[in-house]
Write a new protein. Structure first.
Length: 165
């Protein structure tokens, strides 16, 4: 049987049709926080912009916690030794070549505002609306790598990566 999610099986970039829908709901009749226009935009673009969705003080608290996590990792004796490190408190990746902190995984498992954010009813209701089903967290991480900087993956697709791994 051929794998419908051939994420990394070819050597150069290619675009192909997606075998599964982006939306699992009918945008014209879906009940939830997103309008039919927002759902259509998500289906077309793969994202939707939600201006002023969180109050500024909440965003500040998320940013403060992320900064504290980053500072703690960079101060740890394990930082900079290898590109991938598992400690008693987190899993993190560093950028090959520069050693810059790239990603911290499982931030939803630690107490704090990021754990609260991961189960925020406002976000969960959007995921449920898009998928027309209940949801769970498969992976939660903070990426520190700036866009278009460092090494990347032309084949990147969260769903296909999950399927392959």
């Amino acid at each position: 049987m051929e794998d419908p999610y051939q994420s990394r099986s070819c050597e150069k970039p290619w675009i192909r049709e997606r075998p599964d829908p982006v939306l699992h709901c009918d945008p014209s009749s879906s009940q939830g926080p997103l309008s039919s226009a927002q759902l259509e935009a998500y289906s077309r673009d793969g994202f939707v912009v939600l201006d002023n969705w969180f109050p500024e003080h909440e965003l500040d608290s998320y940013c403060s916690e992320v900064a504290a996590i980053k500072s703690g990792i960079e101060a740890s004796p394990d930082f900079g030794k290898t590109n991938s490190v598992v400690t008693s408190s987190c899993i993190f990746l560093s950028e090959p070549g520069t050693g810059a902190l790239r990603s911290v995984f499982d931030v939803h498992l630690h107490d704090g505002v990021l754990k609260e954010l991961s189960s925020c009813p406002k976000l969960v209701s959007i995921a449920r609306q898009i998928l027309a089903d209940d949801v769970y967290i498969h992976q939660c991480r903070v990426n520190f790598q700036p866009a278009f900087v460092g090494s990347g993956f032309w084949w990147h697709s969260d769903f296909e990566t999950w399927h392959s791994e």
